[in-house]
Design a protein around this ligand. Structure first.
Ligand code: SF4
Length: 89
């Protein structure tokens, strides 16, 4: 049974670029590789799924994955299986 949410507490989000001293990229055992940049342009919402805000869009277009912060969790590749592939480092 799904619980109805009536109130959402305010939270905070720290952008990766604001946290230079906590670079999580060194945690990585696998690396996401984008196979189709045009397809990434159709799925801007994927940036919201990345826990490290490492998927960068500029002006609404896919730019790159910031590997200083990508920790290789694979959430993006799981969401867009045909577009992003995880490879061993
Ligand atoms: S694997 Fe994907 S979702 Fe996970 S941190 Fe890296 S870019 Fe973000």
């Amino acid at each position: 049974m799904v619980k109805e949410i009536k109130k959402v507490d305010l939270g905070a989000r720290i952008l990766a670029s604001e946290s230079e001293e906590y670079q999580t990229g060194s945690w990585r055992k696998e690396i996401p590789v984008v196979k189709d940049k045009e397809e990434m342009n159709k799925h801007v919402e994927i940036a919201l799924y990345c826990p490290e805000a490492a998927i960068v869009y500029v002006g609404g277009k896919y730019s790159h994955i910031d590997y200083k912060f990508c920790k290789g969790c694979g959430i993006c590749a799981n969401y867009l299986k045909k577009v992003i592939e995880m490879k061993r480092v």
